[in-house]
Write a new protein. Structure first.
Length: 83
């Protein structure tokens, strides 16, 4: 499962162009990517502002990198960190 504050990106399979919520149609061929958020959004304050509960969902944030099926090289990299 992926949720905010991680990025959920929907891309057209053929063009790689982003597909917006308004542009989504039955039959679209898309790829959905979960991209780790900047580490500042995963803090207590960041999650209060942008975590799942901030949008009314009754579940805690689980980082997209917690998906154990990803290779270690992908799980260990947080592209949003500015360190």
């Amino acid at each position: 499962m992926t949720s905010t504050p991680d990025l959920i990106c929907v891309l057209d399979n053929e063009t790689g162009e982003p597909v917006t919520t308004e542009g989504m149609r039955y039959g679209n061929r898309v790829a959905v990517l979960g991209v780790p958020c900047d580490s500042r959004w995963a803090t207590e304050e960041g999650l209060r502002l942008t975590g799942p509960r901030a949008f009314g969902y009754d579940h805690d944030y689980r980082p997209v990198t917690a998906n154990s099926s990803w290779p270690n090289s992908v799980r260990s990299k947080s592209w949003g960190d500015n360190k």
